[in-house]
Ligand binder design. Structure first.
Ligand code: MN
Ligand code: MN
Length: 455
């Protein structure tokens, strides 16, 4: 039989269900611009669906729904299955950090009678894309008294906004001769935040005026920047793209476009044989390291806690057995074929908009370097499951051989013994301040993760 793929919209699809799901997703995108905000919103939604903190349970039984927050920046949710954990669990793992500009520890300065904030970019960005667009400031400041001040400025219509200036074309002769990676350099990613001098000051009067405003409005002083996590993100909120409204444009589809469907999949899982686990992790964009990244022991700790509370002996042997018999969909975005830039794609093995979730047997660069390469057996299992459940899917390789490459959390989960494969939503303009995803693919991601948990 001929293997032939068709655009998902040519199939029997309930557009109303697909579009309705995307409304919830757009709300999530608008609400969650940082990993901390994503964790808070995930917890809020989970509690609405009857999930409770893991530490609130002395014992756990089949059907119990739990969550555990890791240092406010990552979260794991689980629905306890009828089988014991040593039979293995079903994991969907997505990440909730996204490329952005972090404020430096000493960010505030004045130059040319204007006040600026210095930044250090986080993740893989094209720096020039961040100039001359409206920007917002999100994050937390810990004051000297240990109080947490939550900052979220620039998303509402009547909020102020911030910007990185760019040179006018009339004077950009030298700049335009530079390579794209240098037309805006790292130390030029400085955020314009004000230009009005304080009448009471002689030196750095604009900066002093900004400090007075920060103190009055937020109760923070200059030294408080030293103990803060402040992130500059695009101010634009998620919007429908196209006359047909079939696409969503937004900052940070990578990887909320998998995080939200995986969250919704576990929140709508009532009873399952194997325990269902959704992990929303941090630091993927910089290599998954640190105590909130996928390389940390957090998932192992939570699995051991669940074992303990379900009455299984929480030994290392049992944990290793559990991981060895587990399956994971590493839920991360993929590159969708872009007809505007066809050359780095290989059409027969490329992700495509509206063809459902994209499965990558392997990622990596050059000779599959840094890839965990899923087995034929695992590909077969997922293929059968998705085909039987009406999940639209296709395979995707990130560009032509030697065109570049990339990685996900798959290799770190696979290192634990878990049978792991990448499965996520193909997007356009990945890592840009405004990325594009298809509503049909977002819904198919939800369906894929839901059938994975419930079979
Ligand atoms: Mn990603
Ligand atoms: Mn990414």
């Amino acid at each position: 039989m001929k293997y032939e793929l068709k655009n998902g919209w040519t199939k029997d699809i309930d557009k109303e269900i697909v579009f309705k799901f995307s409304e919830g997703y757009k709300d999530f995108l608008t609400q969650c611009k940082t990993e901390r905000e994503s964790v808070s919103e995930a917890v809020r939604l989970a509690e609405e669906c009857g999930f409770k903190p893991l530490e609130s349970f002395d014992t756990l039984k089949e059907g119990d729904k739990v969550y555990a927050v890791n240092k406010l920046r990552s979260v794991m949710l689980a629905v306890i299955g009828s089988e014991q954990l040593t039979n293995g669990v079903n994991i969907v793992g997505a990440h909730i950090d996204a490329p952005r500009l972090d404020l430096k520890p000493n960010p505030l300065y004045e130059d040319g009678e204007m006040a600026f904030l210095k930044t250090h970019y986080y993740g893989g960005i094209k720096k020039y894309q961040w100039s001359a667009i409206p920007l917002a400031l999100h994050g937390v400041v810990i004051t000297k008294d240990g109080e947490t001040v939550n900052i979220r400025i620039g998303d509402e219509n009547d909020d102020v906004t911030f910007v990185i200036t760019d040179l006018l074309p009339h004077l950009a002769g030298e700049q335009m001769k530079k390579s794209a990676s240098e037309i805006i350099e790292g130390e030029q990613l400085n955020i314009l935040i004000g230009a009005m001098p304080s009448p009471d000051e002689e030196k750095e009067a604009v900066k002093e005026n900004i400090l007075a405003i920060l103190n009055e409005k937020y109760g923070i002083c200059e030294e408080d920047f030293l103990s803060a996590e402040l992130q500059i993100v695009p101010a634009a909120n998620a919007k429908d793209v196209g006359f047909d409204r079939s696409l969503i444009g937004s900052y940070a589809h990578d990887d909320r476009v998998c995080a939200y469907p995986s969250l919704m999949a576990i929140l709508t899982t009532e009873a399952c044989d194997k325990t269902a686990v959704c992990i929303l992790t941090d630091k993927e964009e910089v290599g998954s390291m640190g105590n909130t990244g996928a390389k940390s022991d957090f998932m192992k700790l939570v699995l051991l806690e669940i074992m303990d509370k379900t009455g299984e002996s929480a030994t290392e042997l049992n944990l290793l057995r559990c991981l060895d018999r587990s399956f994971c969909l590493s839920a991360d975005v993929n590159a969708a074929f872009d007809p505007n830039f066809p050359s780095p794609y290989e059409k027969r093995n490329s992700g495509k908009l509206n063809y459902g979730v994209a499965i990558s047997k392997y990622t990596g660069a050059r000779g599959k370097s840094g890839s965990s390469d899923a087995s034929a057996e695992l590909m077969g299992k997922i293929r059968t499951l998705f085909n039987q459940s009406g999940v639209l899917w296709h395979v995707s390789e990130l560009g032509k051989v030697d065109a570049g490459g990339g990685g996900t959390i798959a290799q770190y989960v696979a290192n634990l013994g878990v049978e792991t494969v990448d499965c996520g939503v193909p997007i356009l303009s990945m890592h840009a301040p405004f990325e594009v995803a298809s509503k049909l693919d977002v819904y198919m991601a939800y369906k894929a993760f839901h059938v994975f948990f419930n079979n």
